[in-house]
Design a protein around this ligand. Structure first.
Ligand SMILES: CC(C)(COP(=O)(O)OP(=O)(O)OC[C@H]1O[C@@H](n2cnc3c(N)ncnc32)[C@H](O)[C@@H]1OP(=O)(O)O)[C@@H](O)C(=O)NCCC(=O)NCCS
Length: 157
């Protein structure tokens, strides 16, 4: 890995950065594909307390470039699942998402995971395909009144 890039376990002090990156990914990257009504409801529950709560049940990692947090990921080893990978909109398409994924894959391998599952946003399907994931079936993530169309994908390790 390049010297200026570091991936490490997330700490409570990182939550503000995680919240900022997640919201801006939805507003800028996901919004290119999804309806504004969906985007609004998707963003609503993203806040400090909700993220902190999820720190208890899932593993979170941050990617730092030049000591600045520019990406994060959430996984559940007991569920063999990647819940999300988000790269700061200003830093996308530079290979950082692939780096973060490769780090996660090593975590799953250490855990003897045989198959990684995830639900991909429509904009990220090609990203996961190039990393070896196969599309299984379309699914819908239910929000208050809207739903987010996604695709269930998996990769055998
Ligand atoms: C999906 C996501 C994580 C990908 O991260 P990323 O850092 O942009 O991904 P990478 O740069 O590693 O790879 C993406 C593409 O950039 C290309 N790329 C990598 N380095 C590049 C470079 N230096 N110059 C140009 N292109 C490059 C890759 O080949 C890849 O090609 P693709 O468009 O065919 O997939 C990111 O776009 C994101 O955060 N999206 C919003 C949140 C989201 O939907 N996440 C998925 C939730 S499950």
């Amino acid at each position: 890995m390049k010297k200026d890039i570091k991936i490490r376990k997330a700490k409570e002090i990182d939550i503000e950065d995680i919240e900022r990156i997640h919201k801006s990914c939805i507003q800028k990257t996901n919004a290119k594909i999804y309806d504004q009504k969906v985007i609004g409801e998707w963003i609503e529950p993203i806040n400090f307390q909700n993220i902190k709560k999820q720190f208890e049940s899932t593993k979170w990692f941050v990617l730092e470039k030049d000591n600045k947090i520019v990406g994060f990921a959430q996984i559940a080893l007991d569920d063999d699942s990647i819940y999300q990978i988000n790269i700061d909109t200003e830093y996308q398409k530079q290979g950082l998402g692939v780096l973060l994924y490769k780090f996660l894959e090593k975590e799953f391998k250490k855990n003897n995971t045989e198959k990684i599952n995830l639900n991909s946003t429509l904009n990220a399907i090609d990203f996961y395909k190039q990393l070896g994931f196969k599309e299984i079936k379309p699914i819908k993530l239910k929000l208050k009144t809207q739903e987010v169309k996604m695709v269930k994908m998996e990769k055998l390790l």
